[in-house]
Design a protein around this ligand. Structure first.
Ligand code: SF4
Length: 408
């Protein structure tokens, strides 16, 4: 069990709220009771600090800590962490906000762990709490071992060459690392733990309503700080509500925590890449899937996005979608549905262009007006190419090696 000191320094750890003892307030009190004004203030400061853009020069090591955090006592830190979580869950673009906030919290934890006076045993306790197989090597050499599965799972989302398994000392199923690398990996473990816990956090509707009412100003600030999406050449930010019915249905399925076939996962990931979603946004779309694993999903999504020198895979055409049982044209909320005209909608990307074109035109000169694709749908010269029948069928069901954000 972690004590008060560790709870204060790592207030996100499971069990840290035990430090509150009998004084633990209800979540509703935390939102409304004046007594918790300082805690709410601290949570807002910390959250906003984690969302502010960081300069590239400071990016690798900039602490996300505000001065107020270092002055706060253990109870205030734990409560402010709990309150910040609620704010993140209530925020617009929740997953993007969550990602940046989790990065900030993990970075601060990394700074704590990297302190020279932190004993090796503290790193072991942290790792154990995060359910990582990790131990210090005897002899006071400040070297550690990760079990192979723990190492692989943590390093999957770390892009730096230094973390590549091939560069590590691997013996009998254990990976030996020096302290600096161990701290960076544990920081990643913290980040993934936080992201996973945010993915399952659901606020009670009434609590969320009250929270939004009380925190209108900060939520508006978050909205301004967290940009939405890239355009992908369609001339508009990604608009999930304008996705074709097939893609909306697959997203809904995943959001409800239901399984989706390999074909539908591949279709959604490739579609989202083509309409300009960032890899992180694509990962978010799979977050609700059963047994979602962040590192594996990010890897597979990156494979899809980087295919063919960054062009990415093209989503399957409508005929293939239909033969895979994932064309949901009857579920379209638009009447008449563009899906009803196979001469215009041969691929889900055609549908999206039809729906976004008026918006893109209203937004200015980059609106897609020039060119016509083989199906007769207007094309922006810079827009992703809509596949021909043969191209589409080559990628439609996906070769067996086609990466797909499958659950594992
Ligand atoms: S017709 Fe095409 S775009 Fe429409 S739901 Fe079916 S697969 Fe999707």
């Amino acid at each position: 069990m972690i004590g008060a000191e560790l709870s204060a320094r790592y207030p996100f750890l499971p069990g840290a709220s035990r430090v509150l003892g009998d004084l633990a307030p209800s979540l509703s009190d935390l939102v409304t009771d004046q007594v918790y004004d300082p805690v709410r203030h601290l949570a807002r400061e910390e959250l906003i600090a984690s969302l502010l853009p960081r300069s590239p020069a400071s990016a690798p090591s900039a602490p996300a800590e505000t001065g107020a955090f270092s002055r706060a006592n253990p109870e205030e830190r734990v409560l402010s962490f709990l309150y910040a979580r609620m704010l993140v869950a209530a925020a617009p673009s929740t997953q993007k906000v969550a990602r940046r906030w989790c990065d900030g919290v993990a970075r601060r934890a990394g700074d704590e762990m990297a302190r020279a006076d932190v004993p090796d045993t503290e790193l072991s306790t942290l790792a154990e709490t995060l359910e990582l197989e990790f131990s210090p090597l005897p002899g006071g050499r400040h070297h550690f071992t990760f079990s192979l599965p723990s190492y692989v799972s943590l390093s999957a989302s770390l892009r730096d060459e230094r973390f590549r398994l091939a560069r590590q000392d691997l013996r009998e199923g254990e990976v030996e690392v020096e302290r600096g690398l161990a701290v960076e990996m544990l920081q990643e473990g913290v980040r993934e733990y936080l992201l996973d816990s945010m993915a399952s956090l659901r606020l009670e509707p009434e609590l969320e309503r009250v929270l939004k009412e009380h925190e209108e100003e900060i939520l508006a600030r978050i909205r301004a700080l967290v940009p939405t999406f890239a355009s992908g050449g369609f001339g508009v930010a990604v608009r999930p509500e304008l996705f074709p019915p097939c893609m909306r249905e697959i997203r809904n399925l995943l959001a409800r925590g239901q399984n989706a076939s390999h074909a539908s996962r591949f279709a959604l990931a490739s579609f989202m890449h083509k309409v300009g979603a960032e890899p992180e946004t694509m990962v978010d779309a799979f977050r609700g899937a059963p047994n979602f694993k962040e590192g594996i999903t990010r890897y597979q999504v990156t494979q899809i996005a980087q295919h063919d020198g960054g062009a990415g895979y093209t989503p399957p055409d409508c005929a293939t979608m239909a033969s895979n049982g994932i064309c949901f044209r009857e579920k379209d909320d638009l009447r008449p549905s563009p899906c009803a005209d196979p001469a215009k909608v041969k691929n889900p990307l055609n549908y999206y262009r039809i729906r976004t074109r008026p918006l893109a035109r209203s937004l200015g000169p980059r609106a897609p007006t020039a060119g016509t694709d083989p199906s007769g749908v207007s094309q922006d010269p810079e827009a992703p190419k809509v596949p021909s029948e043969s191209e589409a069928s080559a990628t439609s069901s996906g070769p067996s090696s086609t990466p797909s954000p499958d659950r594992r």
